[in-house]
Ligand binder design. Structure first.
Ligand code: AMP
Length: 176
């Protein structure tokens, strides 16, 4: 597993000052473009959850959709998209979370998760943790049992994990 992590780390492209000055954007598209790295990234994300009986993977717009859907396929689970406000066509539940300036809202279809579902929440990057915490709220609101979180990259200096339920498995493949 260590070699996989090193190979993935080498492939992440750091883009300075995107989308705003002072932000170093973690671009995972070189991983997605490489068949071998893509396959191993999914395996590394799934690893702690192989025997966890996950029935739904919740992926957060937009980059959480890519590996999230693959993760669902790998784990034999369904995939649930969580989107920005106003994008989903059917009845939704919503959760508000804080940004650096102001608030944002994410939504999920009201029937996407059943009370007996075992849920894994996924996004590519955990930064401040606000988005993942809002995703957790949606899954809980729907009655699902959240088993854990899986992120490809954790920006540890932002301490996003502190916003998440620490009794759950919070799995991050790379830490920077
Ligand atoms: P968070 O602050 O954890 O709520 O992150 C907000 C969203 O922006 C998440 O979907 C992250 O994947 C994304 N994000 C935040 N910071 C970065 C970064 N430095 N590089 C790439 N994506 C980021």
């Amino acid at each position: 597993m260590d070699q996989i992590v090193r190979d993935l780390e080498r492939a992440v492209r750091n883009v300075p000052d995107f989308p705003t000055p002072g932000i170093q954007f973690k671009d995972i598209t070189p991983i997605l473009a490489d068949p071998n790295l893509l396959n191993r990234a999914v395996e590394a994300l799934a690893h702690p959850f192989e025997q966890a009986g996950i029935t739904k993977v919740v992926g957060i717009e937009a980059r959480g959709f890519i590996l999230g859907a693959m993760l669902a396929h790998h784990l034999g689970a369904g995939f649930v998209p969580v989107r920005k406000k106003g994008k989903l066509p059917y009845e939704t539940v919503s959760s508000e979370y804080e940004l650096e300036y102001g608030v944002d809202v994410i939504e999920m279809h009201v029937d996407a998760i059943a009370p007996n579902d075992r849920v894994l929440i996924h996004d590519d990057v955990i930064a401040t943790g606000g988005t993942a915490a809002a995703g957790y709220d949606l899954a809980r609101h729907a009655g699902g049992e959240v088993v854990g979180f899986a992120f490809l990259i954790e920006l540890t200096f932002l301490e996003g994990r502190a916003k998440l339920d620490d009794s759950l498995m919070i799995h991050t493949v790379m830490q920077v």
